[in-house]
Design a protein around this ligand. Sequence first.
Ligand code: HEM
Length: 526
Amino acid sequence: MALLDKELEVKENSIIREWSGQVQPALVTCFIFLFFLETCLWVRNFRLKKRLPGPFAWPVVGNAMQLGQMPHLTFAKLAKKYGNVYQIKLGCNNIVVLNGEATIRKALLQHSTEFAGRPNFTSFQSVSGGNGMTFNSYSKEWRIHRKIAQSTIRAFSSANNENKKAFEMHIVAEAMDLVQTFLKLSSNGQYFNPSHELTVAAANVICALCFGKRYGHDEQEFRTLLTRIDKFGETVGAGSLVDVMPWLQSFPNPVRSGFQSFKEINKEFFTFVKNKVIQHRETYNPNVTRDMSDAIIGVIDKADSHTGLTEAHTEGTVADLIGAGLDTVSTAMHWVLLLLAKHPDIQSKLQEDIDRVIGRERLPSIEDKNNLDYLNAFIYETMRYTSFVPVTIPHSTTCDVIIEGLFIPKDTVVFINQWSVNYDPEKWKDPHVFNPSRFLDENGILDKSLTSNVMIFSIGKRRCIGDQIAKVEIFLFTVILLQQFTIEKDPSQDLSLHCSYGLSLKPLNYKIHAKLRGAHLLVKTY
Ligand code: HEM
């Protein structure tokens, strides 16, 4: 038996050797053929001006291997060589990359409809049950959908004084809860990673608006859900390989397992939101609008008009707002704390201003915003310097379009490199230096013509619809934390600006200590 096994083994080995002896040259020939074919096509299209400028794309993978860890930096480098509009290839997909303020403005404002689409990516269909607004392409239905989401946000944050105040109180309440949590985590001189607490705080603001409910910092189920959502942006960010190389799904590899967990995260998150919306539907009273979920149910589910939208879109909209609202604001606050700890001189100056304008006897309010120019400058500089949404969610062209004299066909995927706007050396002196004062004029007043040059919320038809509420949240969280604490870095750690890449850039783990500034903490006033 053993002999037979040995014989079979020998036979198998020789078959494998023979097979690989035939297959390997065939593979190499195939690759060389593909390479020459690709080169000939590239040269022909380039000569016939059928192809936009851009780097040579390798067969099968295109330029995927050239993107590096931080694709937005590679995109900016390539713009120096090929101009502000060029083409790369990821897998078999042609992708146009737009760089620089003038080009991006021209595309997204002057040709707003042409650039308002979203690619038909598989990963996008897993988000918000496939019925959200953010990841769906441009259409008549989509326009109605976006209007509903936009007016719901406005109604609950700025439509009238009463709602403005209620929104402000939600944020102040969360900020004060964060103060208590930081105090606990800093007890006995401890240093802690603020990441999770910031996510809970941001999630609670948007959950309070959408569901009229908030969660405690130590509610385990909520914490687990939020930790998993943290990974969401890695798959939908520009340069993610899941959608452009579908063949990666056919054998075990990190991209495939990343996509599996992306689908699970989305399912879990969407089920959480859907259940809340269903509870709202069951207790819905048309005479009392309790929160954003009720408002959206009222406009989509209960409306007589033929919007083309269904109950599934109601759930998709709420999921969109929560998803977009928590990750971005918490990432912004993550950078704010890191930069405060890294620049104690800037932090002291901010606190001096806060003490002068607000003092220690009352809580800050949104009315203080106009009197705190240096703090506003600090927040704008944080957004510019970190450019933490470096490339927008991928767009696509809704029809053929010509930009900067270059032809882009319908349904082309378009990456918009916001980072290139925020680091343009023509616009910003020493862009790699963190300097909030660049936004102040000689009298220390915020220069609004400069702040409008920071690009982080995108522009045009796909511009972020939560920009105003995000700015209010970031201002109130920052001013309250700075009034109560001095943020100190862990002396045993070098505070680096290294971050992970995805839809948003997130700082890598760091630790801080929140040192109480006064003898006692202001009592809760809500
Ligand atoms: C500092 C915080 C935020 C930043 C930096 C930010 C940035 C962005 C960016 C870059 C986009 C993509 C635009 C594009 O594809 O061209 C976007 C889209 C969006 N944002 Fe925000 N966002 C923030 C906060 C929020 C908040 C708080 C909400 C709502 C609660 C929100 C809701 C949305 C929605 C619904 C979209 C999709 C718009 C569309 O596809 O038409 N965002 N945001």
